[in-house]
Design a protein around this ligand. Sequence first.
Ligand code: ZN
Ligand code: FE
Ligand code: FE
Ligand code: ZN
Length: 268
Amino acid sequence: MLPDLHVHTARCGHAQGVPKDYLACARRLGLAYLGFADHLPLYWLPPEERDRGLAMPEEELPGYVEEVLSLKGRVGGVAVALGIEADYIPGFEERLRKLLSKHPFDYVLGAVHFIDGWGFDNPACLEGYAAWKVDDLYARYFELVLQAVRSGLFDVLAHPDLVKKFGYRPGTDVRGLYEEVAGAMAGASVCVEVNTAGLRVPAQEIYPSLEFLKACRRHGVPAAVGSDAHHPGHVAWAWPLAREWLLAAGYRRVVFFEERKPRFLEIT
Ligand code: ZN
Ligand code: FE
Ligand code: FE
Ligand code: ZN
């Protein structure tokens, strides 16, 4: 079974279940590796402006870390890893670096969920799409993704084409953007995440698209897999499709992490 590097917990304010519940599901499914990657606190905002429904408050971060660490090595058959999903916000790189350095994360997923302050993947912020031409939106999104990749802060780029979440598709050929991002990932040693949450939203497609994933493969970028579970029942979501996607792109192994070092597992 492919490792799952991307599960959330109730601490983030919009997911259900505690770490033990996710682990119980992983165990039942026979996963060898389960990585928690809950949302990092909204570090770039003043505390009073941080939406409790988007991420845990900063004072809960040590509790999250301890709770996940307490499960490490305790449960037969499943290796538990401590990850985190961190937003990339230009101009706040040092603040993020400092926050990440306080905890012994096995890996950091980098995510672009905000475009110039707009939470474009938040169902409550859909009216923001009216202000954009889709092609311009894609260009701006991938500009931020490139900055995130080059920041040196992240091990994995989470849901690389999240901008398609609500089904807005570009009118122009964006393969040049995929190519540029894939090349930057190779240059910065950032892995790509194959994220099955895209199948649970209007996009109805794994992140990233097969074209994008093939570009990553051509550049030798390792691929990780995540369900982006926000409910224990989402663990290893659509794993057979993730496997097919990887194989179709030419991948024969996937990456996971221990103390920020990449390890590889053959896809069987
Ligand atoms: Zn979430
Ligand atoms: Fe995300
Ligand atoms: Fe996530
Ligand atoms: Zn996510």
